[in-house]
Design a protein around this ligand. Structure first.
Ligand code: GLY
Ligand code: MN
Length: 490
């Protein structure tokens, strides 16, 4: 069942002190004021979410589509990780950081297309013991839940109590598809019911995979609302970077200064948005050569660079993904500047070719042309840049093993289930948003580079919007040339 709370209670009753006497139950159930709930203004995302549902509906005539938000994930025993609804669910409902765990969107086929209904666990009445005795979802424990009517107005969607979802389960047939990674338990139940209705399980799973792919691909081009959210996410992220710069004295003074960088950035993320869009990478000195350094337990030492890869996820769940590499003492050394400006040249070369109609992978190729040329010029490659760029050579990739770009949106690595034809080999369209993030990483023990390069890692990452006339760098206001970075730190 989508609602994990309907499963066996968690084994934590051994320390429950909630009184169970009938006297107490009767006493706590009475003397509560009647609640009046205002009618909310529909959220600005609701017409966009409706258009997205219409687009899915048109693609799946006659099919029942089940798109779960997913249950909260257990961290240990009776404590959960912070809840985050499945991105496809948030995209199609507009319900994001405030969604109720275990909710399910159902598109029920009708003569004209589909009827969309959002099922969620409505608040329990005072006549049940949920409100005071259920630490997972009780109002006294996790706060009140909105009413069905409130959410219906807010999102512009029909709503129903999750208890009534059993009727949907009862009608599951071979024409029912489910977003499988939305909720594994619910998927198992749907699989069981479909097995009774049809004779090929494999066929059903293929159809489900197609649904997941379509929901991922429809996010490749962002609508007006999404582009606005991306701008806001980048603006909030800029403030987080400014906070880190302002906090430099304390960061340098602490033996685990990287943790302070993370904490300072994440403080802004919680204040301005929902949280961070991914674990903050605060990589000082040679840690910058570890692409996803999130342990963040090192010192931040003047004379070194610090690579900060961080993004704020808004309450709508749209996230930025920005990297800046900063000289901790405010000034780049000659070698640091050389590497930094080479990476910037690669980023600029990649950005320069972005326009509707080119292929996504050409962006990476443009960046790699610069990375190969620079590393060849410095004498690091056993061949010329041209030879290194041959597909069967690629010596320069020793210093940058990752790709240059990924789509960005509700997920930091957005649209991850899109087909290669539409992603890496895809053609750029107006409204696409992705990163450009070349880097150069000279590992501390790399014998192919001079000692002064070893332990230096630089990445510059910007968030790019494809426009009619080419491209807009959404993060251009966050200083990115070596001179501008020094001025920013000064
Ligand atoms: N910001 C981390 C990544 O793009 O993988
Ligand atoms: Mn990235």
């Amino acid at each position: 069942m989508a609602d994990k709370n309907a499963q066996a209670p968690r084994a934590t009753t051994n320390r429950s002190t909630v009184p169970v006497s009938d006297t107490f139950k009767e006493y706590i159930s009475g003397n509560w004021a009647v609640r009046t709930e205002g009618k909310p203004t529909p959220r600005s995302q609701s017409p966009y979410a409706a258009a997205r549902r219409a687009s899915v509906s048109a693609r799946y005539p006659g099919k029942r589509l089940i798109i779960p938000a997913g249950a909260a994930k257990v961290r240990s025993n009776d404590t959960d990780y912070a809840y985050r609804a499945h991105s496809a669910f948030a995209h199609l409902t507009g319900w994001a950081s405030d969604s109720v765990p275990g909710s399910v969107l159902v598109l029920e086929p009708n003569a004209d297309g589909h009827t969309a209904t959002l099922y969620f666990r409505k608040a329990a009445g005072r006549d049940s013991d949920e409100f005071y005795a259920n630490p997972e979802i009780g109002e006294f424990w996790t706060g009140p839940r909105p009413s069905l009517a409130h959410v219906a107005y807010d999102l512009g969607l029909l709503t129903a109590d999750l208890a009534d979802f059993t009727a949907v389960l009862d009608s599951v047939d071979a024409d029912t598809l489910i977003l499988r990674d939305g909720d594994r338990d619910l998927t198992d139940q749907v699989d069981g019911r479909r097995l009774l209705a049809a004779d090929s399980e494999a066929l059903e799973n293929d159809a489900d995979t197609g649904l997941a792919r379509d929901l991922s691909e429809m996010r490749l081009v962002k609508d007006e609302y999404e582009i606005d959210q991306m701008r806001r996410a980048v603006a909030a992220t800029k403030k987080g970077f400014n906070d880190v710069i302002a906090d430099r004295p304390a960061i340098i003074a602490h033996e685990r200064g990287e943790r302070l960088v993370e904490g300072t950035f994440n403080r802004r993320a919680r204040a301005e948005g929902n949280t961070v869009g991914y674990d903050t990478i605060a990589a000082s000195g040679a840690h910058a050569c570890v692409l996803h350094w999130t342990r963040n337990d090192g010192a931040v030492v003047p004379g070194d660079l610090i690579l900060l890869d961080a993004g704020i996820e808004l309450d709508s769940l749209y996230t930025a993904d920005i990297t800046r590499t900063l000289p901790i003492n405010g000034v780049f050394s000659d070698t640091q500047r050389l590497v930094y400006e080479a990476v910037r040249e690669a980023a600029d070369a990649a950005f320069a070719i972005v326009k509707p109609g080119i292929r996504f992978r050409e962006i990476h190729a443009a960046a790699m042309e610069v990375i190969a040329r620079k590393t060849a010029e410095w004498g690091f490659l056993p061949v010329t840049a041209e030879e290194s760029l041959q597909p069967d050579h690629q010596y320069h990739r020793r210093y940058m093993v990752h790709g240059t770009s990924h789509h960005l949106g509700i997920d930091v690595h957005d649209c991850a289930q899109a087909r290669r034809d539409l992603y890496l080999d895809g053609i750029l369209e107006v409204g696409m948003v992705f990163t450009i993030e070349p880097g150069l990483y000279f590992q501390p023990d790399d014998l192919t580079v001079p000692t002064e390069f070893r332990g230096t890692g630089v990445r510059i990452e910007d968030n790019i919007l494809v426009t009619e006339s080419g491209a807009e760098n959404l993060s251009i206001d966050i200083p990115r040339t070596a001179d501008d970075v020094e001025a920013w730190l000064a």
